[in-house]
Design a protein around this ligand. Structure first.
Ligand code: HEM
Length: 427
């Protein structure tokens, strides 16, 4: 059996942390560099001693699997009100002759901010493009993209898994789905990347103003594409969304634009992190990596375990619509609750041997794609991309070895992902 920990400062705390002398002795600070590098020991401490935690900056933080899942399914909570927060900042910026108008307008109509009935209508329309059967049809194209990318580094004996594979894969796959021409894919990728931190609640005003400019450029580009598809429909998602817009006003122009941008903003960095964090976990657990290499058909359950073990999205937020009591704590209407998905996924009450990577784990009902009405729309697509990228790396590159002990994580409070993952292999 593999050790819980290995030499690379891996996680050793499995929920049995020694109790602090007083609960006050344990101060949880999600902005700590130590927490950012490895959040799991702090999650375990929080879950054991203060599972309904009041952050020093006001909001609540939940770390138990059962609590996080219950809130995700509870209609007394709505999704985090990003447009409202942006609007408040917009009012302030107007006095300085700046604005976030494009950002407010876009986030007002994106799925993540909507509630029923608008959410139900839009989700049904876009959801058709992401059904497992449609996504399965993208498998051959995804395999081609991965093969081509690995082919370009195969003779060199080294690669950065993030920049050489994990980054280009999702942007090319979503571009294929939407019908984005090849010559603008790099530009679109750059915009998507610049917008990937949009859900970070601590973005500076400067960053938001920059994102506002990106949204304007993104919108202009998609307006042109939509106009082209109106004249000459193709067999891509933009063309089918145009049909939906024109048939009985089911989709507004703004919504059509936002859907296209949102797919890039939500489906890009998250998938990069699935491939990056997943490969890091395998490299740190060579016996598990070997098992998968010998039995590639295990890949579906392996990807679920990699998603659970080091979740690409560590936290999401909800707002209480009325007073709600959780385990004796009163969450007042209007208060924000942070749901630590990464902590829920390591809850020993839900996952036996929670800190152990077990690629054939059964009953792996993790929350990496959330739950409830906002359950990730792109889950099937992300799974296919992760499965193909990871299996192909293992099958085509023998003797994969991590080339560094000092890994740097991207500075994003909600998304957990590496800046680079350098490896070597035999040619
Ligand atoms: C491993 C990769 C991914 C992870 C871990 C992930 C995770 C999540 C999570 C946790 C949510 C819920 C957010 C909330 O409730 O606040 C979500 C929603 C969403 N995701 Fe993903 N995602 C991934 C990939 C993708 C991809 C590839 C796409 C599309 C191309 C996508 C599109 C969306 C959309 C549109 C929503 C909003 C759904 C709604 O509000 O109804 N995601 N995702």
């Amino acid at each position: 059996m593999e050790p819980i920990s290995n030499t690379n400062q891996e996680i050793v705390d499995s929920g049995n942390t020694k109790k602090p002398e007083t609960t006050k002795a344990f101060k949880f600070n999600p902005f700590d560099l130590e927490f950012h590098t490895n959040p799991y020991p702090a999650y375990h401490r929080l879950r054991s001693y203060d599972p309904i935690h009041r952050h020093f900056f006001g909001s609540w933080g939940l770390t138990r699997y059962a609590d996080v899942k219950a809130v995700l399914r509870d209609p007394r909570f709505r999704s985090d009100n990003l447009p409202q927060r942006l609007n408040d900042k917009n009012q302030y910026l107007k006095h300085q002759n700046q604005n976030l108008n494009a950002l407010v307008r876009a986030t007002n109509t994106w799925l993540l901010s909507l509630e029923p009935p608008d959410h139900t209508r839009l989700r049904k329309l876009v959801g058709q493009a992401f059904s497992p059967s449609v996504v399965e049809r993208l498998r051959p194209q995804t395999q081609d993209i991965v093969d081509q990318l690995i082919g370009t580094v195969q003779k060199t004996g080294r690669m950065d898994i993030i920049s050489d594979l994990a980054r280009p894969v999702p942007v090319r796959v979503i571009s294929t789905l939407l019908g984005i021409p090849e010559d603008i894919q790099d530009q679109v990728y750059q915009w998507a990347n610049d917008l990937s931190g949009i859900l970070d609640p601590f973005n500076s005003l400067e960053t938001l103003v920059y994102m506002n400019q990106i949204i304007q450029k993104f919108s202009n580009c998609f307006r042109e594409l939509i106009a082209e598809r109106e004249k000459q429909p193709q067999s891509d998602l933009i063309s089918s969304l145009i049909v939906a817009r024109d048939e009985g006003d089911r989709l507004s122009n703004d919504e059509l634009l936002t859907v296209c941008m949102l797919l890039f903003a939500t489906g890009e960095e998250t998938t990069v992190n699935l491939i990056g964090n997943g490969m890091l976990a395998l490299l740190r657990h060579p016996a598990q990596m070997e098992l998968l290499k010998q039995e590639p058909t295990m890949i579906a359950s392996a990807v679920e375990e990699l998603l659970r073990y080091d979740s690409p999205i560590q936290r999401i937020a909800r707002i209480a619509l009325e007073d709600v009591e959780i385990d004796g704590h009163k969450i007042a209407a209007g208060e924000q609750v942070i749901l630590y998905l990464g902590a829920a996924n390591r809850d020993p009450a839900q996952f036996p041997d929670c800190d152990r990577l077990l690629l054939n784990r059964s009953d792996n009902n993790h929350l990496s794609f959330a739950d409830g009405i906002h359950y990730c729309l792109g889950a099937a697509l992300a799974r296919v991309e992760g499965q193909i990228a990871i299996n192909t790396l293992l099958q085509r590159l023998p003797d994969l070895q991590l080339q560094t002990n000092t890994l740097e994580w991207r500075k994003n409070i909600a998304l957990r992902g590496l800046k680079a993952l350098p490896v070597t292999f035999r040619t």
